[in-house]
Structures are given as structure tokens and as C-alpha cells.
Design a protein around this ligand. Structure first.
Ligand code: ZN
Ligand code: ZN
Length: 181
């Protein structure tokens, strides 16, 4: 419903449309050339530190000190580091399909390990937002089992996976099999 306009007061001027990152339909990392992105990837690989995660024999890679794992060039965030990793694993064409809006069937960068912003290339897949959301439940259950054993013993995690606790393909808490992509 339209509001009645006041004649006495000046109307606010319409703001110019902002082309900020959140309004874009593709990932900001795609604004850069492949050569630059691959150079950043090499830098990220050198600066990542391995941390224990849900995947046995395959640590998660944490990048930087910022909570969102941002990659900055001269103080400006160009992308999340894991998005740069995803570019180098899946290529530009595949990453163009990743939507910044997150509806159920939108393709998103998903983590098999459940570690947000993880930069291990074998922990990253592209799949629908709906599937990504389903994994949250698995990761919660697996994390509880991992915690019960003190985060250094995978018996609880192994047991859940062995008895079909995860219905997803590729399985949660597993490395991405090479043949999938
Ligand atoms: Zn990971
Ligand atoms: Zn699962």
C-alpha cells in the first residue's frame, strides 16, 4: 500500500544504486583473472595451518586470523580464501554457477568436513544449498561423537559412518573422491 505523501515536506531523494558485493549474483573472486587467483592460491597454501577436524588422516586448513578466513590484498578483502581454493579446484565455469543468493536449489561451496572456511581442497565440493544444509545435521552428530572421545580419537566418528549415520554422497567427514568431479 502506498503511503500518503506529505506536501509540506521535501521528499527524500532516491539513493543511487549501490553495486556492492552482496548485490552481485556471482562470487567476487570471479572479477579477477585466473593468473591472479592461482597466484593467491599458492600464497594461501603456504600460509594455511593444519588443524584437527572430522576427517581422519586429512586435517582441515585454516587460513589467516580473521574469523571468516578472508584473503586480503593491500588491506582489501578480495574473497574468502576457500573460494579461491574452490576456483582452483573446479575452475571458472563451475564457479560461475555458484549463486550468492542462497535459495534451496542454488549451487553453493560446501564443506565435507563441516569446518567453515576450511581451505583443504579435498574437503570442498559444489552442491545445492539444500544438501549443504542437510550436512549440518550430520556434522553436528559427528562432532558430538568426536567430542565424546576428546577430539583426538576417531572411534565415535568411525562408528557413526560405519552404521550409516550419513546418507550423503560424497559422505560427510570424508575426503572428496577424485572421480566425483
Ligand atoms: Zn576441512
Ligand atoms: Zn552426511
Amino acid at each position: 500500500m502506498k503511503r500518503a505523501r506529505s506536501r509540506s515536506r521535501p521528499q527524500p531523494q532516491p539513493q543511487p544504486r549501490l553495486h556492492n558485493k552482496s548485490k552481485k549474483s556471482t562470487l567476487s573472486v570471479l572479477d579477477y583473472t585466473g593468473t591472479r587467483i592461482r597466484a593467491w592460491y599458492r600464497d594461501i597454501r603456504k600460509r594455511c595451518r593444519p588443524v584437527t577436524g572430522l576427517i581422519e588422516h586429512s586435517p582441515c586448513y585454516k587460513f589467516g586470523r580473521a574469523r571468516d578466513g578472508r584473503y586480503t590484498v593491500k588491506g582489501t578483502k578480495v574473497a574468502s580464501a576457500y573460494q579461491i581454493v574452490a576456483y582452483c579446484v573446479f575452475g571458472r565455469r563451475a564457479l560461475k554457477k555458484v549463486a550468492t543468493s542462497k535459495r534451496r536449489n542454488d549451487i553453493t561451496i560446501s564443506h565435507l568436513c563441516g569446518t567453515r572456511y576450511c581451505c583443504n581442497p579435498q574437503h570442498i565440493i559444489l552442491e545445492t544449498k539444500a544438501l549443504n544444509d542437510e550436512r549440518t545435521h550430520c556434522h553436528f552428530v559427528l562432532n558430538s561423537a568426536f567430542e565424546a572421545y576428546g577430539f583426538n580419537d576417531y572411534r565415535g566418528v568411525r562408528r557413526i559412518l560405519k552404521y550409516g549415520g550419513c546418507p550423503h554422497h560424497p559422505r560427510c567427514a570424508n575426503e572428496r573422491p577424485e572421480e566425483v568431479y
